[in-house]
Design a protein. Structure first.
Length: 246
């Protein structure tokens, strides 16, 4: 039988470390408060640039029981194990003020990817976030700009004339912490040439020289992206449903 949810103060990272998804993101999402149950579920309250966020850990059914009993504050966003939201009573869903959003999958690797021709061409993007935004406006317009883009490490794959035709962002929040990849974009006229895979392979290999893990998220229905990352050795470790304030 599940005990009443136990709130704890921030800094309780060790009990959460059994979940790889949390270990990978702990440095990016410092916990302000944690609720835990005795049937292997946890809720973490953290503050993000876009407001407070709840992160749910554990299987859907115990996580739904924990969320039902926890007196969590109102948040702007939540990341729950996929399938949790459908198990919540209607009154609990109304109480959160959240609405269901897209599904995505968390993938990670701790091993070097298979080597690809052209990895030596991958270089830091000289123009940083500003240059990346100009390329992503054509290569990945849905991505938009983020508040922390200037703090990311941007990498590029140059075309024949030297101008970048693809970019990727890498974020390592602290020395020795896992590296998070995002914003992979290739200009339309340069797609289907293996450039994205080469860019990801090169940055992943370099990151793993100092980091214990490289990880990223993909939309659940992104079959092409899943094939690309799977070929490079990434594996799905957590299936997520996003929720945002209605």
């Amino acid at each position: 039988m599940t005990s009443a949810p136990t709130p704890t103060a921030g800094g309780r990272e060790a009990p959460l470390a059994r979940w790889p998804f949390w270990r990978a993101n702990a440095n990016r999402w410092p916990p302000r408060r944690v609720w835990e149950s005795d049937d292997d579920a946890a809720l973490v309250l953290t503050d993000r640039a876009r407001g407070a966020m709840l992160v749910g850990l554990g299987a859907p059914r115990p996580l739904a029981r924990l969320l039902t009993g926890a007196e969590a504050p109102a948040v702007d966003r939540a990341l729950l194990t996929r399938g949790t939201w459908a198990l919540l009573p209607d009154d609990v869903r109304r109480r959160t003020g959240l609405r269901a959003g897209p599904f995505w999958d968390w993938l990670s690797t701790t091993a070097d990817p298979p080597r690809r021709d052209g990895e030596d061409r991958v270089v830091p993007l000289s123009g940083g976030a500003e240059q990346a935004h100009a390329l992503l406006a054509r290569a990945y317009p849905d991505r938009g700009t983020h508040a922390d883009d200037a703090a990311l490490d941007w990498w590029a794959y140059p075309g024949r004339g030297g101008a970048p035709v693809a970019v990727l962002a890498a974020h390592r929040p602290a020395s020795g912490a896992p590296v998070h990849l995002s914003a992979v974009g290739v200009l339309p006229e340069h797609r289907r040439q293996g450039i994205a895979a080469t860019l990801v392979a090169a940055v992943t290999r370099r990151a793993l020289r100092e980091a214990p893990m490289v990880h990223l998220g993909i939309w659940a229905d992104s079959d092409d992206a899943r094939r690309l990352y799977t070929r490079l050795g990434f594996a799905t470790g957590h299936r997520v449903e996003s929720l945002a304030r209605a």
